[in-house]
Design a binder for this molecule. Sequence first.
Ligand SMILES: Nc1ncnc2c1ncn2[C@@H]1O[C@H](COP(=O)(O)OP(=O)(O)OP(=O)(O)O)[C@@H](O)[C@H]1O
Ligand code: SF4
Ligand SMILES: [Mg+2]
Length: 375
Amino acid sequence: MGSFGMNQSNGGDPLLDVRNVKTYFPIRKGLLQREVAQVHAVDDVTLSVQEGETLGLVGESGCGKSTLGRTIVRLLEPTEGNVIFEGRDISKLGTRALRPLRRQMQMVFQDPYASLNPRKRVGSIIGTPLKIHGVDKSEQRQRVQELLETVGLSPEHYNRFPHEFSGGQRQRIGVARALALHPKLIVADEPVSALDVSIQSQMLNLLDDLQKELSLTYIFIAHDLGVVRHVSNRIAVMYLGKLVELSPAEELYQRPIMPYTEALLSAVPIPDPDLSHERERIVLQGDVPSPINPPSGCRFHPRCRYMTDICREVEPPLTSYGNGHLAACHHPLNVDKETLARATVSERYTPAEADEGAKPKTPAKGEAHPIPESG
Ligand SMILES: Nc1ncnc2c1ncn2[C@@H]1O[C@H](COP(=O)(O)OP(=O)(O)OP(=O)(O)O)[C@@H](O)[C@H]1O
Ligand code: SF4
Ligand SMILES: [Mg+2]
C-alpha cells in the first residue's frame, strides 16, 4: 500500500497550524481540591498539517499523542498557544462557536469496543451526528446507509447492535460515524492498535481509499513507527509532551536524527532477515519519566546513550536540517558537517511573532555524531 494522500507537505496555507500549544492537566488534592501540580501532557508543540496530507504521530505511551489530538479537534482547550484551522484561531472558542467546526474535524478512537454505545443500534450511532447538526430525518437514514456502504459494510446493518460485529467491523462503524458530516480533518487515534494484524491492513486500505475519495487530511496516531510507515507523508515523534523530531516519512526511517527516534526505529521489525542481524536493537532503559516533573534540559537525557552535560542543563531547540526535517538534540545523529553548518533553529511562534512572521534564529550549536559508514 502506498502512503495516504499527497506526497508533498509544502506549498499553500496549511489546513492546520499548531503553534506553541501546551495542554496541562491540574492535579488536585485535599478537601479543598487545591491544585498541587500539573501534568505537562503537551508542552509547547508547533507543527502544521497541509490539506490532503497524512501526518503520523508516534511516541511511547503517555507522551501526549492523544492529548495533542484532542486539543487539535478542540475536545480539550489548550492551556496556552494557538490551534489555527483554515486560517482561523479556534483555541479559545466556546461550545457554541465550536459547533460548526465539529463537522469539519472528527476523531476515530482506538478501541472499537468502548467507543460505540452497546445499547444503540448502528443506524442511531452513525446518525447521531447528523441529528445533532439538524439533518432532516428522512435524509438521515439514507445518508447512514450510504455511509455503511462507503466503509464496506451493508445498508442492512442499519438495525444491528455493535456486539453483532467483529472488531474490524466495529472500527468501520466508528469511521462511518466520523465521516457522517463530511469532515476535512480526521484525527485517527491508534485506529488499528486493537485489531488483529490480519485486519489491520484492511483498515489501513480503507482509510487510504477514503482519503482519496473524500479529500481527507489525517493525523494518524500510533505507538510505534511500524504502523505509520506506509501511510504517512510526514512523521512527528513526541517524547514526554515535546515534539522531538518531524520529518518526511521515508527520510525518518533512513536518517533518524534524534536518538529517541533511533531507539524507536530499532524496535521496528525488518522483513529482511539478513538486515535484521546487522541492526542493533536499542533497548531503552527505565520507564518514561513523569510528565508532572519532567527531567531538566533534554527530557530524554536519563535514558539516552549519547547524553553529555549540556543535555542535562539545556533544552535542545527544535532545529531544521533542511528538506523539512526537524529535530531537537544537542548531538544530532546522521548529520554531516555541511548540513550542521546550515541548520537553523526552527521557527518558534510567540503571539507577537505570529503577526509579524516568525524569524529564523541563531544556528544550533552542538557536536554532531558522524554518519555511520554503512550509511
Ligand atoms: N484528563 C486527564 N487528566 C490528567 N492527566 C491526564 C488526562 N489525560 C491524559 N493525562 C496524562 O497526560 C499524559 C499524556 O497522556 P496521553 O493520553 O495524551 O498520552 P498518549 O501518548 O496518548 O498515550 P497512549 O499511547 O497510552 O495512548 C499522561 O501522563 C496521562 O496520564
Ligand atoms: S540532547 Fe542529549 S540527551 Fe537529548 S537526545 Fe540528544 S544526545 Fe540524547
Ligand atoms: Mg493515546
